[in-house]
Each structure stands twice: as C-alpha cells, then as structure tokens.
Design a protein around this ligand. Sequence first.
Ligand SMILES: [Zn+2]
Length: 74
Amino acid sequence: MNCSVQGCPGHYEVKLIIHTVTRGGEVLVFEKVPAEVCNMCSDTVLAPQTVRHLEELIRQKAKPEKYAPLYKYA
Ligand SMILES: [Zn+2]
C-alpha cells in the first residue's frame, strides 16, 4: 500500500512496533504491536482491529508483562 502522506513516495510495510498510549496521566507501553509503517517517512498506521484490541487490554486492566523505566528529558 502506498503512503498516505502527501508527496511521500514510500509504501507501508508491516512491522511490529512499540506503541504507547497515555491514559489518565499514565503511560502504557505495548510491545510487538502490528502496524503499517512507511519505509520513507515512518508514518505509522494501526488497523482498526488492532486499536480495538489495545482498547480491550486497557479496559480489562490486563496485567503488565514487565515494567519499563520512564525518563524525563529535562
Ligand atoms: Zn511516507
């Protein structure tokens, strides 16, 4: 599929990405999320069913697999 960003000649490739969601002041990190990523501009698109699955995990308050250190830049 061709990139939907205007003027970008790239195309999307399926990749497993790290996706973060901010919810109620908390940062939730999801690993190995399937996404379409443009090979030129890195525009990232999640499929509607992927978004639904993430929402479901958040809604169920799924137990985290592990914890990630969170750093403030400044
Ligand atoms: Zn692109």
